[in-house]
Design a protein around this ligand. Structure first.
Ligand code: NAP
Length: 255
């Protein structure tokens, strides 16, 4: 994202983004940081955290990097504690981590894979929020990153899609629970060719097929997802809570 094109909606704010050393999470952290937030980035590997911190610092962003595998209770606690030690509060929490350990049909999926899907994609998001919520400010905001697959889980991503459907419900339930001081919203990205979604662009034919599934005839970018997340997290969305914004180039999105 070009620096000159964006505002400063997060000046003085503190934002945690999980799974943010590359891909969509990194894009979100960068956007919030360029708009003035102090951003706390995290992922499982120290090397990835260090490299991402350097990239963000090079763009003039105030950033803290913390190793956090979202299903590790101690690392979740560290993430929150170190944020509060350094910046004193939390204004924005973006819950972005997810895995897809299986391409089996739901009935063929091993119990260990079912557990992992629930653990990382849903349960860890709730547990991190439990740790973070006591530090939220009035006007704070949570954004879950779901997926277009939440609406119609494709066969190769079936149970993953179902965990993403759960986030739509979680958004509604937590919006009620955290109102009126904290808003809770969700972004459902379409196809974004990241490391996680390399299969989207495996070859030109597959890329074109995926582009053709959108009305806008292109894949999404991490900047597209970051812009939508920043909107929902910002005061521009101060009368929006419990909603999911689908950012998928017009792909069908009805439950
Ligand atoms: P990505 O480019 O592969 O990036 C994944 C990031 O997550 C990395 O920074 C990775 O760093 C970190 N990570 C992985 N497992 C983690 C864990 N257990 N705890 C903490 N960090 C972890 O993936 P992405 O495509 O940006 O996906 C981000 C989110 O967008 C996910 O929730 C995904 O479901 C959603 N989404 C993506 C698409 C798409 O088309 N790309 C579409 C819809 C939704 P380390 O390896 O260092 O941990």
């Amino acid at each position: 994202m070009e620096k000159s094109k964006i505002g400063k909606r997060f000046q003085g704010k503190v934002a945690i983004v999980t799974a943010s050393t590359q891909g969509i999470g990194f894009g979100i952290a960068e956007r919030l940081g360029l708009e003035g937030a102090s951003v706390v980035i995290s992922s499982r590997r120290q090397k990835n955290v260090d490299e991402a911190v350097e990239k963000l610092k090079a763009r003039g962003i105030e950033v803290l990097g913390v190793v956090c595998h979202v299903s590790n209770a101690q690392q979740r606690k560290d993430l929150v504690d170190r944020t509060v030690q350094k910046y004193g509060k939390i204004d924005v929490l973006v819950s972005n981590a997810a895995v897809n350990p299986s391409v089996e049909t739901i009935l063929q999926t091993q119990e260990s894979a079912l557990d992992k899907l629930w653990e990382v994609n849903v349960k860890a998001a709730i547990l991190l929020l439990q740790d973070a919520a006591p530090h939220f400010q009035k006007g704070s905001s949570v954004v879950f990153i779901s997926s277009i697959t939440a609406y119609q889980p494709p066969s190769s991503l079936a149970m993953y899609g179902v965990t993403k459907t759960a986030l739509l419900g979680l958004t509604k339930a937590l919006a009620a629970e955290l109102a009126p001081d904290t808003r809770v919203n969700c972004v459902a990205p379409g196809f974004v060719p990241t490391h996680f979604a390399e299969f989207l662009v495996k070859n030109d034919a597959i890329r074109e097929e995926n582009e053709g599934k959108t009305l806008l005839k292109r894949l999404g970018t991490t900047d597209d997802m970051a812009a939508a997340t920043a909107f929902l997290a910002s005061d521009d969305a101060s009368y929006i809570t419990g909603e999911t914004l689908v950012v998928a180039g017009g792909m069908p999105s009805k439950l």
